[in-house]
Every structure is written in structure tokens, then in C-alpha cells.
Design a protein around this ligand. Structure first.
Ligand code: EPU
Length: 425
């Protein structure tokens, strides 16, 4: 007899303000890139503040599949060891499970001169091309071909190049920086992405012995160093600004006051600015985090997503959940992924008043949402539904929890700690 697999669900039945302290885990969108970049050097790497999320497990399996040793320690640490030969072929089934598998491209091409990798999977926001990654590698002397959904890159020797992006792609910046650190000569990337996670990767590479100028700025200058001069390091993963924002959004709709240990105010300034306009108050906790205090009711504020330092697209589902119960109407504009609105139907099922006009969402706040059964279609959509559930009368049941697990380290447990009526079953 085949055993029926029961999909987990999150159940929220909550009313009342939140209080307490939550520790913000390390960032998914940093740790995955750091893990990939370890292939640039032999030796034992030690990453700390690693979030316990499914995408980290997938990247660990990807690394094991090419010959690395990956051991998970207690207390959020990860030991990665490389010695000797690594495979040039990345298994398609693993690569297809998340977008960040493409981050192996730069480091592996740099180390082994050749890679075959299936096109990456990840959240479905519509088209997510990798033309900028490929064009950058070609400018550095690589030959790239696509066949049957597999990208093959040959680059026995990478040479420095002047690369100019028309859009600051996070993934392309990361791949070209990691490809350039051991290339012959100097590579410049104009119009580079400036996200805190990109800067974390650059600092990690510098600690390994790479030469990178302009970290956190839009022009990066990378001077190649010989292969073999990079070495393994220990590194603390930068805290996750999107997970921090999820706790801010939670307190924003439920009310109360929550201390977020490790939240980095500097990394989320534009988002915090918009939240302040909505009525939230933020207080520094002597350098160890940020306190968020909710107003009686949120005010509606227009928001548009932009590359860093703008309001990140990853915050947007949370912002729309907040605006669903704010006083007044607002328009949220998506400028990065026009298709990233798959959670709107689900928010509407909870009673949100949202009208879509192409890549603009017009939200008119209601006093309270009402509980229903809804589905999470991607990571941040799932988080937004959890936030909406805190503002709903009755029970909200969320399926598609596997998406949330890809990027959130014990979201349910952390919310319970600050008083949310939430369970998982
Ligand atoms: N783009 C191209 N060509 C390319 C690369 C990107 O046209 O070669 C376009 C994309 O189609 C998209 C835009 O540029 O419209 C942004 O793409 P980017 O390369 O900046 O994003 P990414 O590296 O694929 C990362 C995060 C996303 C986050 C975006 C934007 C990871 C693993 N993913 O994706 O995070 O939304 O940057 O900040 O780091 C999430 O964590 O939930 C998530 C989706």
C-alpha cells in the first residue's frame, strides 16, 4: 500500500499585538552565493550564521554532486572542503530546483575552465533570462552554447574585460565578479548591482585574497590574482533583510512592538523609510538590532520596487499585505519582474481590495481581512500570506509551505515566540 504524503500547512488564528524579541537569521541570497564561491579555493571554509532553509540544503547537494565535502555543524555553521578535482557537470535535477544554482557558473568556470549546467529553476515570476551572465563571460573570452536547456561554457583562460550593464543584475554581477577574481588582468563592471548580499560576497572574496575595489558601489574593479593564491576563510553571513522585513510587516499589521536582533538598518533604509511614512517607528538597539513599533493603524503610501538602494522587489508582497489593511489607497509598482503578482488572487481571497493595472497594484485598505484557505506560490508570496493571516478574522490556512521553507528559517517558531497564534501541521 502506498503511503499518502500529507502536505504541510500553516494555520493562523490570531488577534492582538505582538511583543518580544526575534533574532534575524543569515541571508539566503548571500549564503547560497558564498557557498558557490568556495569552489574558487582548496581548503576548509567555515560559514557561520547560516540559515536553516531548504535552499541551503540544495546548494550543499549541488556542491557534493561536483565533488565538494559539505558538513552541517550545530548552531548554524557550515563547513565546506574542496581538495583536488571538481566535476564540470552540474546535475540538471538539482540545478532546476533553484535560481541560485546559476551562481556556480562564475566560480566553476574560473576553477575548472568548463561547465555544463541546466538552466536554473526558482520562483516563477515570468521570464528570468541569463543573457547578461553569458555576455559578460563571453567578453572575458569564454565560449557559451545552449542545447536542450543546458548551458555549456568553455574558458580555458579568462581575461579581464570592461563590462557595462544596462540593468544592475544581482546574479550577473555575482557571476562575473567570481569569474574575474582569477582572470588575467583587470575587469571593470559598470552598472553593477549594489545589494548588501553582493557586497557580502565581495568581502568574502577579498578575505580569500581577491582584489576588488568599489564594493557596494555601482562600478566594481577586479584585479585578477593567480589561481592558487586564493585561500579558504571563515565568514559570518550578513543578516537577512527580507526576513527582518517579514517581522516588521507582521508587527505592522498586528500591532505591538518587536525587537529584531541583528536587523541591519543600513541595509534596508528605503524600505524602513516607506514603513515610517506608513506610521511605524524604528529605534536602534545600541548596535545590536532594531525595534519596530506599530501605529494604531497603518497609513497608505505609494511604493515602487527598484534595484538597491531602492525598495527591493522581494519586499513587495509584504508591502501589499500591509497596505491591504492600511487607511486609504495606494499604488504599488513592480519594476523588476512584471509577473510577480501571483499572490494577489490569494490576498483577494482573504478579503483584500486590490485592483491590478499591468505592473501596478492599487490597494484600498480594509479594516480587517477574513480567514480562508490560500496557496503560497513562491517564497515571499508565502510570507505575505502569513502576514495577511495576522490581520484576518478567523482561521487562515496556507498550503504550498515548501516555498516558505526554501527561504525562511523557522518562520512559524519565530512568530510564535512573539505571540502569534500560528501552527504548522
Ligand atoms: N535579467 C535579465 N538578464 C539577465 C539577468 C537578469 O534580463 O541576465 C533581469 C531579470 O529578468 C529580472 C531582473 O533582471 O527582470 C532582475 O534579475 P537579477 O539578476 O537582479 O535577479 P536574480 O539574481 O535572478 C536575485 C534574488 C531574487 C531577487 C532579485 C532582485 C537570488 C537567488 N535571488 O535574483 O530573490 O528578487 O535578485 O533583487 O539572489 C527571493 O529571494 O525570493 C528572490 C526571488
Amino acid at each position: 500500500m502506498t503511503e499518502k504524503v500529507v502536505e504541510p500547512v500553516i494555520r493562523i488564528d490570531h488577534r492582538g499585538p505582538l511583543h518580544g524579541t526575534v533574532r534575524v537569521p543569515g541571508a539566503k541570497n548571500s549564503v547560497l552565493k558564498l557557498m558557490a564561491a568556495t569552489v574558487l579555493a582548496d581548503g576548509e571554509f567555515n560559514l557561520v550564521n547560516v540559515p536553516e532553509i531548504v535552499d541551503v540544503d540544495i546548494m550543499a547537494d549541488l556542491l557534493r554532486s561536483i565533488g565538494s565535502q559539505v558538513d552541517t555543524g550545530s548552531d548554524g555553521s557550515l563547513r565546506i572542503t574542496h581538495s583536488g578535482e571538481l566535476s564540470t557537470s552540474v546535475p540538471a535535477d538539482l540545478a532546476g530546483r533553484m535560481r541560485a544554482s546559476i551562481n556556480l557558473l562564475g566560480p566553476l568556470v574560473s576553477r575548472v575552465g568548463k561547465i555544463e549546467i541546466a538552466l536554473p529553476g526558482g520562483d516563477d515570476f515570468g521570464l528570468r533570462p541569463i543573457d547578461m551572465h553569458v555576455a559578460g563571460l563571453e567578453a572575458m573570452g569564454a565560449t557559451c552554447t545552449f542545447s536542450d536547456g543546458v548551458l555549456t561554457v568553455n574558458a580555458p583562460r579568462l581575461v579581464g574585460a570592461d563590462i557595462r550593464f544596462s540593468f544592475p543584475s544581482v546574479g550577473a554581477t555575482e557571476n562575473l565578479v567570481t569569474a574575474a577574481v582569477c582572470a588575467d588582468g583587470v575587469t571593470t563592471i559598470d552598472g553593477a548591482a549594489r545589494e548588501p548580499e553582493v557586497a557580502d560576497l565581495c568581502r568574502f572574496l577579498v578575505a580569500m585574497g581577491a582584489q576588488i575595489e568599489g564594493i557596494g558601489e555601482s562600478t566594481l574593479r577586479i584585479t585578477g590574482v593567480p589561481h592558487g593564491t586564493l585561500h579558504s576563510v571563515s565568514h559570518r553571513v550578513v543578516p537577512d533583510r527580507i526576513q527582518a522585513a517579514t517581522y516588521i510587516a507582521s508587527v505592522a499589521v498586528a500591532g505591538g512592538e518587536v525587537d529584531m536582533i541583528d536587523a541591519q538598518r543600513n541595509d534596508m533604509q528605503m524600505f524602513l523609510h516607506r514603513c515610517t511614512e506608513m506610521g511605524l517607528v524604528f529605534t536602534d538597539l545600541d548596535g545590536i538590532g532594531v525595534r519596530a513599533t506599530a501605529p494604531e493603524r497603518l497609513r497608505s503610501v505609494d511604493v515602487q520596487t527598484l534595484p538597491y538602494p531602492g525598495v527591493a522587489t522581494d519586499y513587495k508582497p509584504l508591502v501589499i499585505a500591509m497596505l491591504s489593511v492600511a487607511d486609504g489607497s495606494a499604488v504599488v509598482t513592480e519594476n523588476l519582474y512584471p509577473g510577480r503578482f501571483r499572490y494577489v488572487d490569494e490576498l483577494q481571497a482573504l478579503g483584500a481590495n486590490i485592483k491590478m493595472h499591468e505592473h501596478h497594484a492599487e490597494i484600498t485598505g480594509v479594516q480587517r481581512l477574513s480567514g480562508a484557505s490560500v496557496i503560497a506560490h513562491d517564497i515571499r508570496a508565502g510570507a505575505a500570506l502569513v502576514v495577511a493571516g495576522l490581520a484576518a478574522d478567523g482561521v487562515t490556512t496556507i498550503s504550498g509551505v515548501g516555498h516558505i521553507d526554501r527561504g525562511y528559517d523557522d518562520l512559524v517558531g519565530r512568530l510564535r515566540e512573539i505571540g502569534v497564534g500560528i501552527s504548522r501541521g
